[in-house]
Write a protein that binds this ligand. Structure first.
Ligand code: NAD
Ligand code: UGA
Length: 464
C-alpha cells in the first residue's frame, strides 16, 4: 500500500514498553493505517529499526518484523510526523516526581507537558490527542488548556485511552484485551473523536469489550485497576507474614480463598513484593491527589499497600539474615533472577534491586543471574563496584555461594539440576525461594535448608 492510500495516519510519541508493542499490534491488525512511533531517545529508535529490539517481550519480534517498513515506522522526525498525523497517542513516561512540591509522591508531568507544547508548535490542523500514558485525574484538562489556547485557534480533542497490558504478556493482552477504555468530553466534537478511536479497536476487539466514558472516569479507572491489583498482592503478602508465624501455608490459603468466584484466584501469589514501573508510582499518585483534596483517610488506606510492600521486601532480607546465623558479611549470595517478573528484561522498581542493596549493606557479595535482565541489572547495580558479580548461567552463578535467593519466577529455574548446584555450594547451603516456585521437599531431601515465603522453613538441624 502506498503512503497516500492509508486511511488514517497514527503517530505515537514515546516508543517504550507501552508505545512500541501497542503500536506494533495496531499496525498488525489494521494494515489500512500508517502507524509511526517517534521518541526523543535516538538510540531507542535505532534499536526498534534493528534486529535487536530495545525491549524483550514474547512474540514482539515476530509482530514488529511482519509490519515494520510496511505500515509501522520508527522515526526521529518528530516535527514532520506530528504535522502529518491525524491521531496522536502520547505514551511518554510519567515517573514519580523527585523534586519540589509533591516530591516522592506526585507524577512528574514534565515529559507530558513538553509533548503538548511540541504538538501545538508543529500543527496547522486540528488533531485528536490520546493519553496512553497513565496520568493523574484531570491531566487531559491541562493538555487541552495548552493545546486549545494556541496562536492559530486550532481545536484539539484530548481523549483518554489507558493501557492495561502487563509486561511479559503484552502481545497477548493487546491482541485479546479484557477491555478497551476510551474516555472523551461529551461534546459533539469529543464524541466524534471518541468514535474515531473506538473505530481503530473495532478492527479486532469485540464491540462488547470496548467501553466508553467521560475523560476523568477513564483516567481514574486506569489508576484504580492498578490499585486493586497491587492491593491484592499486599493483602496476600501480609498474610504470608502471619503464615510464617503460625505454620500455615500461604499458597494453600490463597487457593482456598481464590476458589470463591467472588474473589477469584489471580494476583494472590505471595512473594518478595511487587515491582515494576507502575504499581508504586500509581498508588503514590492517587495518595497525593487524595491528600490534595483533603481525603486523608483514603490516602492512608492506599498508602498502606505501599507500606506492606516495603515491609515484605525488608522481611525477606531479615529472614535471610536470621536463617544464616545473623551474619551475611563475606558470604556469597546468588540471586536467581533480577527482572521484576518473568518474561521481561525490565528491572524498574524490581524487588531484587532493593534486596541486593540490603544484602550489600550487610557486606554480602551478590552474584546476579537472569536470562534476559542482565544488561539492565548491570546498569542498576553499577554503583556497587565489586560487591556484585554477574553470571549468565545459573550453575556458574551458584558456584561457591552460601545461599540462593529466587527473585524472579522464570520457568527455567524450576527445571535446574539442583543436586549439581548443591554440590557446588558452601555448606550448609540455603535456598530462599522468594517466589515459591521450587519443589521445597525435594530440595530439603538433597540437603538444602529451604526458606519459602509464607510457609514453614525446612531446616536441617543436625548433621545427617
Ligand atoms: P518507557 O520509559 O518505556 O517509555 C517512554 C518513552 O517516552 C521513552 O522511550 C522516552 O524516551 C520517551 N519520551 C519521553 N519524553 C518524550 C518526548 N517529549 N518526546 C518523545 N519521546 C519522549 O515507559 P513505558 O513503560 O512505556 O510507560 C509509558 C506510560 O505508560 C507510563 O505512563 C506508564 O505508567 C504507562 N503504562 C505502562 C505499562 C507498562 O507495562 N510498562 C503498562 C500500562 C501503562
Ligand atoms: C501491571 C498490571 O498488571 C497491568 O494491567 C498494567 O497495565 C501495568 O501494571 C501498568 O500499568 O504498568 P506489570 O507491572 O507489567 O503490569 O506486571 P504484573 O503482572 O502486574 O506484576 C507486577 C508485579 O507484581 C511483579 O513484580 C509481579 O511479580 C508481582 N506479582 C504479581 C506478585 O507478586 N504476585 C502476584 O500474584 C502477581
Amino acid at each position: 500500500m502506498s503512503i497516500s492510500q492509508f486511511t488514517k495516519r497514527i503517530l505515537c510519541i514515546g516508543a517504550g514498553y507501552v508505545g512500541g508493542p501497542t503500536m506494533a499490534v495496531i499496525a498488525l491488525k489494521c494494515p489500512q493505517y500508517k502507524v509511526t512511533l517517534v521518541d526523543s531517545n535516538a538510540e531507542r529508535i535505532a534499536e526498534w529499526n534493528s534486529d535487536r529490539l530495545p525491549i524483550y517481550e514474547p512474540g514482539l519480534d515476530e509482530v514488529v518484523t511482519s509490519v515494520r517498513g510496511k505500515n509501522l515506522f520508527f522515526s526521529m522526525e518528530t516535527e514532520k510526523n506530528i504535522h502529518e498525523a491525524d491521531i496522536i497517542f502520547v505514551s511518554v513516561n510519567t515517573p514519580t516526581k523527585m523534586f519540589g512540591v509533591g516530591a516522592g509522591m506526585a507524577a512528574d508531568l514534565q515529559y507530558w507537558e513538553k509533548t503538548a507544547r511540541q504538538i501545538l508548535a508543529c500543527s496547522d490542523q486540528p488533531k485528536i490527542i490520546v493519553e496512553k500514558s497513565t496520568l493523574p485525574v484531570k491531566t487531559a484538562l491541562a493538555m487541552e488548556r495548552i493545546l486549545n489556547f494556541g496562536p492559530d485557534g486550532l481545536h484539539f480533542d484530548v481523549l483518554s485511552n489507558p493501557e492495561f497490558l502487563a509486561e511479559g504478556t503484552a502481545i497477548q493482552d493487546l491482541s485479546e484485551p479484557d477491555r478497551v477504555l476510551v474516555g472523551s468530553r461529551l461534546t459533539e466534537s469529543g464524541l466524534a473523536a471518541r468514535q474515531e478511536i473506538v473505530d481503530i479497536y473495532r478492527n479486532w476487539v469485540p464491540e462488547e469489550k470496548i467501553l466508553v466514558s467521560d475523560v476523568w472516569s477513564s483516567e481514574l479507572s486506569k489508576l484504580v485497576s492498578n490499585l486493586f491489583l497491587s492491593q491484592r498482592i499486599s493483602t496476600i503478602n501480609s498474610i504470608s507474614a502471619f503464615c510464617e508465624k503460625t505454620g500455615a501455608d500461604v499458597d494453600r490459603v490463597a487457593k482456598a480463598v481464590g476458589m470463591d468466584h467472588r474473589i477469584g484466584d489471580k494476583f494472590l501469589k505471595a512473594g518478595i513484593g511487587f515491582g515494576g514501573s507502575c504499581f508504586k508510582k500509581d498508588i503514590l499518585n492517587l495518595v497525593y491527589m487524595c491528600q490534595t483534596y483533603g481525603l486523608e483517610e483514603v490516602a492512608d488506606y492506599w498508602q498502606g499497600v505501599v507500606r506492606i510492600n516495603e515491609y515484605q521486601k525488608e522481611r525477606f532480607v531479615t529472614n535471610m539474615l536470621q536463617a544464616m546465623f545473623n551474619t551475611l558479611a563475606g558470604k556469597r549470595i546468588c540471586l536467581f533472577g533480577f527482572a521484576f517478573k518473568a518474561d521481561t528484561g525490565d528491572t524498574r522498581e524490581s524487588a531484587a534491586f532493593y534486596i541486593a542493596r540490603r544484602l550489600i549493606d550487610e557486606q554480602a557479595r551478590v552474584v546476579v543471574t537472569d536470562p534476559k535482565a542482565l544488561p539492565n541489572a548491570k546498569i542498576d547495580l553499577a554503583g556497587f563496584g565489586d560487591a556484585v558479580e554477574f553470571e549468565r548461567g545459573p550453575y556458574e552463578a551458584a558456584e561457591g555461594c552460601h545461599a540462593i535467593a529466587v527473585m524472579t519466577e522464570w520457568r527455567q529455574y524450576r527445571a535446574l539440576d539442583y543436586q549439581k548446584i548443591y554440590k557446588r555450594m558452601v555448606k550448609p547451603a540455603f535456598i530462599f525461594d522468594g517466589r515459591n516456585i521450587l519443589d521445597h521437599k525435594a530440595l530439603f531431601d538433597m540437603g538444602f535448608n529451604v526458606y519459602p515465603v509464607g510457609k514453614p522453613a525446612l531446616m536441617h538441624l543436625h548433621e545427617s
